[in-house]
Design a protein around this ligand. Structure first.
Ligand code: ADP
Length: 374
């Protein structure tokens, strides 16, 4: 009951944009608002933020009506993350993140500490990014900066309006993965607007479906998938609704962290490596640096053909990897497109966490479809 909308209504002339909406968003959870264009998502979000006035009804934060909360206090306790247009182009990354803390008159030393901490959190090296302008970084990086800015004053609540909407699909998946990892650490109460059902299923603890300003269904994500309230929700989920269950399963819960790897950068020879791989009956092995980072893979076949004294490092191939917060849907898509039956799993810092195998994903698919062997 962290955020409640009570009979919330918004009318523009004779258009009812939000129609008698009663819903509560759970504390420390990520709740999705989804529905077709014009269903009222943005209007709800801007009322939650007090950028937009309420026609009827109320919004309560931790039981207190929004009308009774001091606007500055509201700015502090709610972070707002929108598409990349949200960054001020004439300000550096540092100044962008510092916007709300400055409004709150924090001492500059505290702002500097906080900015560095946030840049680390979103995986951007502070020394490298602090003084850049938004135009000097990529779209994905801008979006990470947007998230950092939304979190600047350590707000309890986070409102996100299609934050990854302008990013290409591959980078969007990455941003979603690292955002999930961030949320696991910071546990904010989040209301997240999207029109992308895949994104909703991947990120949402709960999903609220709106249509013409009215709430159609509001449930745990798995319940929405398994028990859509009506045909409208079924259509929104699409014909591959059962497969979407794979979007809910995370790589990190299905990986094998008892994997085999060879050390890179320590002068291991092709002969030694081939013997070790033979001993393990393996046709290939991943290479791992001294600090645990993935450094590619070697094929047993290549090692045997090479001169025995050559370093394994010279024989390494690049390898695709997946994030622990990736979904089994992404894992299986990667396996099918790359032909790899074992995909290495690495975190945001490239540290190898384990391996995900086709066999294990396939077993999950069978389990979901109810055809698992006894
Ligand atoms: P969504 O974010 O789901 O696409 P919106 O909340 O933007 O939907 O819009 C909901 C409805 O309210 C739409 O019919 C839209 O045309 C109308 N609307 C939104 N903002 C205004 C406005 N400032 N003036 C008049 N009508 C508006």
């Amino acid at each position: 009951m962290a955020i409640e909308c009570v009979n919330l209504t918004k009318r523009y002339g004779n258009v009812t944009a939000v129609d008698n909406l009663t819903i509560s968003f759970d504390q420390h959870k990520l709740s999705i608002l989804i529905g077709p264009s014009g269903c009222g998502k943005t209007t709800v979000l801007t009322m939650l933020n007090r950028l937009n006035s309420i026609t009827e009804g109320d919004i309560r934060y931790d039981g207190v009506s929004i009308k009774d909360i001091d606007p500055i206090e509201l700015r502090r306790s709610i972070g707002y993350v929108i598409q990349e247009i949200g960054l001020f182009p004439h300000m550096t990354v540092y100044e962008n993140i510092a916007t709300v803390p400055r409004l709150l008159k924090w001492p500059e030393a505290k702002i500097r500490r906080r900015t560095d901490e946030l840049l680390e959190l979103v995986n951007l090296a502070p020394d490298q990014f602090r003084d850049k302008y938004p135009s000097e970084v990529s779209g994905g990086q801008r979006q990470r900066i947007g998230v950092a800015r939304g979190l600047a004053a350590d707000p309890e609540f986070l409102l996100m309006d299609e934050p990854f909407g302008a990013i290409d699909p591959i980078n969007r998946e990455r941003l979603q993965d690292s955002f999930l990892e961030i949320q696991r650490r910071i546990q904010k109460t989040i209301v997240f607007v999207t029109h992308d059902i895949r994104e909703a299923v991947k990120l949402g603890d709960k999903i609220a479906i709106l249509r013409l300003g009215k709430l159609i269904q509001y449930d745990e994500t798995l319940t929405v998938i398994n028990q859509p309230a009506n045909e409208f929700v079924e259509n929104l989920l699409g014909s591959d609704r059962a497969l979407k269950g794979l979007e809910l399963l995370r790589v990190r819960d299905n990986l094998d962290n008892n994997y085999f790897s060879l050390k890179a950068g320590v002068g291991l020879t092709a002969k030694e490596a081939a013997e070790r791989l033979h001993g393990e009956h393996r046709s290939f092995g991943f290479l791992e640096t001294a600090d645990g980072k993935l450094a590619g893979y070697v094929l047993t076949r290549d090692l045997e053909r090479a001169e025995g004294t050559r370093s394994v490092d010279d024989l390494a191939h690049q390898v695709e990897s997946i994030n622990p917060y990736g979904t089994l849907m992404e894992a299986i898509t990667m396996m099918v497109t790359t032909g790899l039956t074992s995909v290495p799993v690495v975190d945001d810092r490239d540290v190898l966490k384990g391996v995900i195998r086709f066999r294990d994903v396939f077993d999950k698919v069978a389990e979901l479809a109810g055809t698992a062997e006894e």
